[in-house]
Design a protein around this ligand. Structure first.
Ligand code: GA4
Length: 320
């Protein structure tokens, strides 16, 4: 497996923006975090702890089943169980995962076959978790619209609320990697290779195992200290386009761990397939031109699935 090559260790950082959603001035901090990092951590998020812990324990149960049982829920084309292979173009990592469409009622058959006897319980656990996280993502998007002084507060959030919203939900399991056990050379191995998320916004929660790293503007990588009680949010490519590059879609990756298992759950809030993704007129100051050619989310997605994980997907849509 060639891509599982050692990578340079990153430094741990405490400089990641921390946003307290209960504070009245959070909208300005949110805008600043999206401009400078495209990434931030959220506390006082309102997602009930029980929703988080029940879903995490369901996920742990699923991943501890025999490989042959898990394989029954695969391959992920494009949804279902996947092991090591990510996407359709040869990307691999030290990870296994479940990938679903996030709208209620979607992929129910798939969920039923995956979780067997406990279907009803699991379906509720996924629905409870996803709807609470989606609500929080919408609140963040509305605060961002306010912070950007856009009159239509729901300009971003309505895309996630739309019944046709093309949102996804992913549960990743990074098992401890035997090759790294007792490693003293500070080597790293790729769990999930570097990439940006194509959607509008992604909301990640993980257990207390490190691994997530983000890339800063200067190209250096920093490790994100894990925090199981908070959520990590990142700007996706579509939000970068809608803000005409003012917000940055952050490059991130996950490195494997030698001793601990990492479990993360990510909600990817996306627009309906037919939605035109273009800079908002109200954000274009004076003579400012759009940096991007117009495209629909369907067109963007189609082109994204033809590329490798690390490719610069937006490059194809940039005006020269
Ligand atoms: C990256 C973000 C999400 O995990 C994801 C990924 C998707 C997949 O795993 O099927 C993609 C990747 C992601 C972008 C490019 C294509 C599609 C794998 C890949 C190589 C679910 C998504 O929406 O885009």
């Amino acid at each position: 497996m060639k891509q599982l090559s050692p990578i340079k260790p990153a430094t741990f950082s405490s400089s990641i923006p921390l946003i307290d959603l209960s504070k009245p001035d959070s909208k300005n901090h949110l805008v600043k975090a999206c401009e400078e990092f495209g990434f931030f951590k959220v506390i006082n998020h309102g997602v009930p702890t029980e929703f988080i812990s029940s879903l995490e324990s369901e996920a742990v149960k699923f991943f501890s089943m025999p490989q042959s049982e898990k394989e029954k829920a695969g391959p992920p084309e494009p949804v279902g169980y996947g092991n090591k292979c990510i996407g359709p173009n040869g990307d691999v990592g030290w990870v296994e995962y479940l990938l679903f469409r996030a709208n209620p009622g979607f992929d129910e058959q798939r969920l039923a076959s995956i979780f067997g006897r406990n279907t009803e319980f699991t379906r509720c656990a996924v629905d409870d978790y996803v709807s609470a996280v989606k609500r929080m993502a919408c609140e963040v998007l509305e605060l961002l619209a306010d912070g950007l002084k856009i009159q239509q507060r729901d300009v971003f959030s309505k895309l996630l609320m739309d019944e046709q919203s093309d949102s996804l939900f992913r549960v990743n399991h990074y098992p401890p990697c035997p090759e790294l056990q007792g490693d003293t050379n500070g080597r790293n191995l790729i769990g999930f290779g570097e990439h940006t998320d194509p959607q509008i916004i992604s909301v990640l929660r993980s257990n207390n195992t490190s691994g997530l790293q983000i890339s800063l503007r200067d190209g250096s990588w920093i490790s994100v200290p894990p925090d199981q009680n908070s959520f990590f949010i990142n700007v996706g490519d579509s939000l970068q386009v809608m803000t005409n590059g003012r917000f940055k879609s952050v490059r991130h990756r996950v490195v494997a761990n030698g001793s601990k298992s990492r479990v993360s759950m990510i909600y990817f809030g996306g627009p309906p397939l037919s939605e035109k993704i273009a800079p908002l007129a109200s954000l274009m100051e004076g003579e400012e031109d759009s940096l991007y050619k117009e495209f629909t989310w369907f067109e963007y997605k189609k082109s994204a699935y033809k590329l490798r994980l690390a490719d610069n997907r937006l490059g194809l849509f940039e005006k020269i």
